[in-house]
Every structure is written in C-alpha cells, then in structure tokens.
Design a protein around this ligand. Structure first.
Ligand SMILES: NC(=O)C1=CN([C@@H]2O[C@H](COP(=O)(O)OP(=O)(O)OC[C@H]3O[C@@H](n4cnc5c(N)ncnc54)[C@H](OP(=O)(O)O)[C@@H]3O)[C@@H](O)[C@H]2O)C=CC1
Ligand SMILES: Cc1cn([C@H]2C[C@H](O)[C@@H](COP(=O)(O)OP(=O)(O)O[C@H]3O[C@@H](C)C(=O)[C@@H](O)[C@H]3O)O2)c(=O)[nH]c1=O
Ligand SMILES: [Mg+2]
Length: 311
C-alpha cells in the first residue's frame, strides 16, 4: 500500500505492522488528514510482504527498495505466550530489529522503533526516566530490550519510543477485552497492584509524526547516540481503575473487584509500577499529552461511531 502526495522534499517512509493497533492508527492519521499536513510518501506493510520471523524475507524485501525512514510498529506482543515461544519472540523483537537497524544504517535512513515499559522491573517509586536501569521480568520484556540494545549498537540515527498499555478502537487490547467481558459477565476481578499509564494509539501515532518532523528540521545525521523517548497518556491508574473507568464511561453494569497480582496467576511476570516520565518528549516536541481518561473517552466515541456505521 503506497500513499503519495505531490509535495516536494517528501520523505519515503516505511511502516511495518500495518494491521496492528499502532500501524492502523498511523494509517488512519495519514489518510484522514489533508496532504498539507502530511507531506511524506508512506508505504504500509504487513507480515505478508515483510515477515519479521524470516530473515530471508526481510533481506528480499529491501533488496530493491530504499526508505528515508522506517517506523517499526510490528512486534511479538503476546506477553504470556512469549514465555513458551521465546525463540519466536526473540526473532521478531530482537533479531529482526537488529536486521532492520543494519539495513537502516546501510541505507542511511532513520529507524523509529517502539519499545515498552516492560523493559523495567517495576520496583521504582517515581516515574521512570529514559536513562533508568532496565531489568525486564518476562520474555517479552527481555526480547524488546535486546531489540533496543541491538539498535543502540548499530545505528545511532535511530529513535526508540517506549510506551505502555496501548489501546485503540483498532486491533486488540485491554479496553476491547473489558467491553467484551463486561457484556458477558456480571462481575470481574481485575488487578489493582500494577500501576502505570494507558496510551491511546492515536495519540502515539501523532507523537511519532512529530518526531519525524523534528528529525527533518534537525537532521539526525552525525548523531552519535540513539534517542530514547517515553510516551504514554498523562496520569496514573491501575488496571482495576482502568476497567472501572471503561465500564463507567460505557454504561456497562459489571461489578469490578480489585485483586492482587498473586490472585491472578499468569505465565509472565509484569511490573508492579511502570509509570514513565515523559518530560523529554514533551519538551523536545512541544507536545501536550492528554490525560488518560480524556483519551479513553475519545477512543470509546470512535468505537461507538464504528458500531453505528455497521448497523
Ligand atoms: N500493545 C501494547 O500494549 C504495547 C505495545 N508496545 C509496542 O508498540 C508496538 C506496536 O504495538 P501494537 O500496535 O499495540 O501491537 P499489535 O499486537 O496490535 O500489532 C503488532 C503487529 O505486528 C505484526 N507482526 C507480528 N509478527 C510479525 C511478523 N513475524 N512479521 C511481520 N509482522 C508481524 C502483527 O501482525 P498480524 O496482525 O498479522 O498478527 C501485528 O499487526 C510494538 O513494538 C509493541 O511492542 C509497547 C507497549 C505497550
Ligand atoms: C483480562 C484481565 C486481565 N487482568 C490483568 C492482567 C494484566 O496484569 C492486566 C492487563 O492485561 P493484558 O493482557 O492487557 O496485559 P498485557 O498483555 O501484559 O499488556 C501489556 O502488553 C504489552 C504488549 C506491553 O508492552 C505492555 O505495556 C502492556 O500493555 O490486567 C485482570 O486482572 N483481569 C482480567 O479479567
Ligand atoms: Mg496482551
């Protein structure tokens, strides 16, 4: 899928993971806005065209294509399943990312890569800054960290954006799971001792476009270090608070009880505290980030619109 505008000085930008939450949100953003705002030529690919599980597919794809910028939205995101599929998770979140970093370096292109709060161990008591030490507690987090480290070793002309608890009207996520379970059940137990901040994928997509615009202004050429940014919505909540807000705003009468992590055993260990400090991103991009509840309302409105369009 290739979207081109007529404006000069446009960059050719590849977006991987086109069918994921973030890939779809970026697509929606660049196709719904006027071309005066979006001046670049975007190519969106899914695993059919570029399979990150297969290094020869990656090599073949870039054989005859050049991009100024690669936004890697594809990832192995099944956190619990990763515990029993560590090799596949490592291939997609680490080895394929290493290969993309090498290709980007060879092509002199900027790699924008998305990472996660799960690279931290969750033992902090104040929001994580970009330079805080990492210590993932699960296979998914470890493979994402190895992807970050590979980029740092290979291509300084890269930006890593760590985000958390991503949801959207597009794709699968906690909000949609809650809406489904809330409609099926009278009551639900949800963990209240894991706190962080949800991230609306539409807002993250906008922030990524701002990073690209700032990159165009500053030129990342000659950069000696990879830039790391943290991005989520503002505010803090537990998964329990998030579930309560989802039900309250959707008029769903499902009783939610707060439970401890130990009472909801899962294969993967998740951080108890994964709030991230976003000051660097906000300062560098002159960005105002919405409060999580306001973005949740926006997402629920989008979901309502989508349902109304389908009746
Ligand atoms: N979801 C979240 O809560 C969070 C996500 N992140 C990170 O943000 C980024 C975007 O996540 P999000 O959009 O939510 O993730 P999704 O799970 O919604 O999308 C991931 C996409 O990656 C694609 N993919 C998986 N395996 C392959 C493969 N072998 N080859 C090519 N593509 C593949 C999937 O393809 P298909 O549709 O065909 O399965 C899917 O479209 C990821 O890097 C993720 O680690 C960070 C923090 C939180
Ligand atoms: C469905 C459900 C989940 N939970 C808990 C489990 C978990 O701790 C939390 C959220 O569930 P999820 O399955 O959405 O969690 P998870 O898939 O681990 O979400 C993570 O995904 C990856 C990709 C990331 O990078 C992270 O930032 C984070 O968003 O809620 C309940 O307590 N009750 C429930 O009924
Ligand atoms: Mg999940």
């Amino acid at each position: 899928m290739n979207l081109t505008s007529n404006i000069k000085n446009q960059k050719s930008i590849l977006v991987t993971g086109k069918n994921g939450q973030l890939g779809q949100s970026l697509y929606k953003l660049v196709t719904q806005h006027s071309t005066s705002n979006i001046q670049h030529c975007f190519t969106f690919v899914g695993r059919d065209e570029l399979d990150l599980a297969d290094s020869s597919s990656i090599e073949a794809y870039f054989q005859d294509k050049h991009f100024d910028c690669i936004i890697n939205c594809a990832a192995y995101t099944a956190v619990d399943k990763a515990e029993s599929e560590p090799e596949l998770a490592d291939q997609i979140n680490h080895l394929a990312v290493k290969q993309l970093a090498e290709i980007a370096k060879k092509q002199d292109s900027t790699l924008i890569h998305i990472s996660t709060d799960y690279v931290f161990n969750g033992k902090n008591h104040k929001p994580y800054v970009e330079s805080d030490s990492v210590d993932p507690q699960c296979v998914y987090g470890l493979t994402k960290l190895k992807g970050e480290q590979a980029i740092q070793a290979i291509n300084p002309k890269s930006v890593i954006i760590r985000t958390s608890w991503v949801y959207s009207e597009l794709g699968n996520n906690f909000v949609k799971t809650m809406l489904r379970l809330g409609a099926e059940r009278d009551s639900l137990n949800v963990i209240f001792d894991q706190v962080g901040s949800p991230t609306y994928a539409g807002g993250l997509a906008q922030a990524i476009l701002q990073v690209i615009a700032s990159e165009a202004k500053q030129s990342f050429k000659g950069k000696s270090n990879v830039t790391i940014y943290h991005y989520s919505n503002e505010g803090v909540c537990s998964w329990y608070d998030f579930a309560k807000a989802i039900f309250a705003l959707s008029d769903i009468k499902c009783q939610v009880s707060p439970i401890e992590t130990k009472d909801y055993p899962t294969p993967a260990t998740r951080p108890h505290y994964s709030l991230m400090n976003k000051a660097k991103m906000k300062n560098d991009m002159a960005l105002e980030i919405p409060y999580w509840r306001d973005s949740l309302i926006a997402c629920l409105n989008e979901l309502k619109k989508n349902t109304m369009n389908h009746v």
